[in-house]
Design a protein around this ligand. Sequence first.
Ligand SMILES: NC(=O)c1ccc[n+]([C@@H]2O[C@H](COP(=O)([O-])OP(=O)(O)OC[C@H]3O[C@@H](n4cnc5c(N)ncnc54)[C@H](OP(=O)(O)O)[C@@H]3O)[C@@H](O)[C@H]2O)c1
Length: 331
Amino acid sequence: MKIALNGFGTVGKAFAQILQEKAQTLRQDYHLDIQIVAIHTRTRGTLYNPNGLDIKTVLTRNDYHDLPDATQEAFLSLITHDEIDAVVDVTPTDLQTGQPGLDVCRQALSAGKHAVLASKGALAVAFQELQSKAEQTRSHLLYEATVMAGTPAIRLAKQALAGCAITEARGILNGTTNYILTQMESGMTYADALKQAQQLGYAEPDPSGDVEGWDAAAKILILSAAIFGLELTLSDLDVTGITQITPEDIAAAQAAGERYKLIASITCDGGSVRPMRLPLTDPLANVNGATNAITYRTDLMGDITLIGAGAGPRQTGFALLSDLIDIHRRG
Ligand SMILES: NC(=O)c1ccc[n+]([C@@H]2O[C@H](COP(=O)([O-])OP(=O)(O)OC[C@H]3O[C@@H](n4cnc5c(N)ncnc54)[C@H](OP(=O)(O)O)[C@@H]3O)[C@@H](O)[C@H]2O)c1
């Protein structure tokens, strides 16, 4: 399978590293040979070798000027070439425009190439359009990395639970806010817990996307489209973050045997993200630190809760690999 990468930052590099480490296993156990033939980034240009780039060399290079034209337009044309089977988008997430992943994804799917995404923007703004395009061209659109990184939240719902009706999904889908709430329970103020989360690399210098609930909301949009087939936008969701939670709120919940969690939930009627007090008997109440979790309510199996890492370069790189293996198995 020959793939092109759009973006080559923290996740893209971790993914390339995993491909290198797993090359032999993939060949032996899955009869799958994945070669990166193109890499495009905003500032570094485009690397291209139709026979496969040498990953070890690529990981140490900073200039990517294999092609004279390093524009996005040139990359959009490149990904339609016959030898490319799939495009992997690992560019930053823009929840307003969906770009740059949206144009790349549209172009790839229109040309019958599979699209695998770690970025959430394109799905948050155009899920149904992209899904229809994939169906028209008999290509696959996969996005396991976008919700809980490599913890298989989407694959559990779509594949392992196929045959069950899922009536609700509710989860802790943002590690930064869960880390902050956990630290506040042990006595820290919101400001100190946020500062610590930033020092540990959990929170961005501008943490608003996390602490105001928008990152979790984007994941809810993706789940609502993937599981319930809903066409929602961010403005359809009721979104409240954790910025107004005080140490007194946390203490009051503790005194009542409860715990504050930022809960993202979705049913066939719509979705929300808001801080909620959960009884300690709820599995989600016992998910602490930067860990994520999701509970699916089903007709045949009752509640099923999946707990695991929700971020991290290798965890996200693994999710991309798992999608490519899935595409390979679908034939
Ligand atoms: N990190 C995680 O744990 C995690 C988990 C799940 C999902 N994700 C998602 O994965 C994506 C990538 O995250 P990351 O941490 O790898 O980001 P990153 O380190 O900032 O890397 C982003 C890459 O995208 C490139 N890029 C930016 N704008 C571009 C454009 N217009 N065209 C082509 N390339 C462009 C950058 O190019 P330059 O190098 O030239 O600047 C860089 O190589 C994000 O959407 C993120 O939300 C991340």
